[in-house]
Write a new protein. Structure first.
Length: 265
């Protein structure tokens, strides 16, 4: 197997977690998303959306991180990441569908409005224009332009913040009842959620669950259990320290504005 990925992409982190859990040693091809390597003609032949990750198995591309994780479960069932009980398996899938049901878009808008926009603006207007021109979807391109230019004032950012925060709240309620999101064992549900919680931690937004007034301590306990698993190396071994430093700096600057937005909801 081969995996086209990015070190800090949440979707790529999810797939790398599952590969580690399964003990599958895939050949990795890193794409520099800021340089637009996902928009090259060669890569677009594999993944017409120009996003990561893409898995190649026997030369055939599999796209969409949720689909890739289910595929890996099917081809390597000896380390199960789906609950045996059909009821819990259904509950697991309710979690794994969350990114495609709006969570990933909310996370992307939040991170771009808070932090990523500064990286784009630092490149200068000509490079930024070239980067935006390489985005194949015109609607997504204009939404990205607004996020970069307007930040937290861009349309929809407040709703995105609230959606992201509500997801963490749902996690807290489930984890108060079970050690993992889909019952008694780590599953694809946990692999899905972990990168999004790590991203909040990198932004310095762990107060979303550590603030006692929010009653979400179970999320912190779950996060510690996830980090204790050997598979967490799929995230930890790929951390870009400079990238995380930028996230932390931007998150600190935006904290009061973000907190006010969530208080107003």
């Amino acid at each position: 197997m081969e995996l086209y990925h990015n070190n800090m992409s949440t979707c790529a982190q999810k797939v790398r977690l599952v590969l580690r859990e399964k003990g599958i040693d895939a050949t990795l091809h890193h794409l520099d998303l800021r340089a637009g390597e996902q928009n090259t003609p060669a890569y677009l032949k594999l993944n017409p959306k120009g996003v990561v990750p893409t898995l190649l198995d026997r030369g055939q591309p599999i796209v969409e991180s949720t689909v890739i994780c289910e595929y890996l479960e099917d081809v390597a069932p000896q380390v199960p990441l789906r609950p045996a009980d059909p009821l819990w398996r259904a509950r697991m899938r309710l979690w794994t569908m969350q990114p495609d049901a709006g969570l990933h878009r909310a996370v992307g808008m939040t991170c771009t409005a808070v932090a990523f926009r500064h990286q784009h603006l630092a490149r200068g207007p000509e490079k930024l224009a070239a980067y935006l021109a390489g985005r194949p979807d015109p609607v997504a391109r204009e939404q990205l332009r607004a996020l970069i230019e307007q930040g937290l004032d861009a349309p929809g950012v407040g709703a995105a913040l609230r959606s992201y925060d509500e997801f963490v709240g749902r996690m807290a309620r489930q984890l108060a009842a079970t050690p993992w999101l889909a019952g008694e064992a780590f599953s694809l549900a946990d692999a899905m959620a972990l990168p999004y919680l790590v991203r909040l931690e990198h932004l310095g937004f762990e107060w979303w669950w550590t603030d006692p007034a929010r009653g979400r301590g179970a999320v912190g306990d779950w996060l510690a259990r996830c980090k204790a698993r050997p598979s967490y190396a799929a995230i930890a071994d790929f951390i870009d320290a400079g990238f995380v430093a930028q996230l932390a700096s931007s998150g600190a600057a935006a904290r009061e504005r973000v907190a006010a937005e969530l208080r107003a909801s």
